[in-house]
Write a protein that binds this ligand. Sequence first.
Ligand code: CTP
Length: 408
Amino acid sequence: MEDRKGAPAARTPKTVLLGVTGCIAAYKSCEIVRGLQKRGYRVKVMMTEHAAEFVGPVTFRSLTHEEVSIGLFDHPSDPIHHISLAEEADLILLAPLTANVMAKMACGIADDLFTTTLLAATCPVLIAPAMNVHMWQAAATQENLARLRNRGVAVVEPATGHLACGYDGQGKLAAVEDIVERACEMLEEESLLAGRRVLVTAGPTHEPIDAVRYIANRSSGKMGYALARAARLMGAEVTLVSGPSALSDPQGVRTVRVTTAQEMLAAAEDAFATADLAICAAAVADYTPAHPAGHKLKKTEEHLDHVELVETTDILRRLSEYKGRRIVVGFAAETDNVVSYARDKLARKGCDAIVANDVSAADSTFGSDTNRIRWITADVEKDFPLMSKDRTARAILHEAAALLARTA
Ligand code: CTP
């Protein structure tokens, strides 16, 4: 086995627990084993009974030189095998993952060795689903996927092409090299922010006009939530201060729900007191009604044609004023003059970096799942291609971690 790039020769290799489920793509798991071993990782395999119908355990035993785990009661010498398997893993990679096992994971069902191990696992989990296109598109599957993502499970989505069942569409197991690459990235990143405390602000704020009306904006919170999840996967202790968002609290992240800019400021300052890094991704309202009414205003009796506004506190600027050695990163979501406005914000707000993004483009707007950003600091500017918000979050955190390392 080769040594991992840059790792000292004597270092114990990290362990990947590869979970194989019953799918025709199970034969590709053999290449995944090889790919991970070539990158210097130890691989152990667990299989569902259905997976063993497609590829025999002997194949994996020969490839890994390790026992292959299938049945809950197959290891009498290790009576709680599902716990020891889960504890041994630095990363669990499920490839291919069927719709059925994905659904069990999403519900926390633990009725065999495979799913019991998953429920007991505390390490990062990466899934590479593969199934028929209609099974992939089914509302149940997509809901399960969203639940898993929200819990911090990383996903290499199926590829589109000709499927074993005869259909054309999305459902093919992603390319082996993409799965191996993502697994290696996760293993290399998992301690990037270890011991760091990270604050992320996310979502819009709602500024009340009266008891039923408010001023808001189109922010979905997706970018901030992706940042919180990614920072967690990189080993940070994360506080997410979120304005009203339909997204669920990411697992393992302390989430503080707020409504107004004033509440967001208080919660952000509270978390910032012990933070090493703050990323202000929230679309905070710049103005709030000066005199919100406690009752519903009546259009016939009261003056709804004019709402007096006062400026809110700029949280990013406030944190930057007294940040000291802490790193503070802001966002500049613009529709025009993106870069010059972003540079101006960097100077005006006194933060360490600004993430500029053009929200006039359909693929990087509020609510979309992708983003195209430019990272701007006083001495570096870097463009990133169009990427998923998860990948964008990881790119931002790599840049921020480099700034943190400089202050250490
Ligand atoms: N921000 C903040 N508190 C505010 C307003 C903005 O923390 N009250 C932060 C946002 O989270 C973001 C950055 O400031 O990181 C830029 O927000 P943006 O709304 O683009 O900037 P503004 O200063 O409001 O400038 P403008 O609306 O004129 O573009």
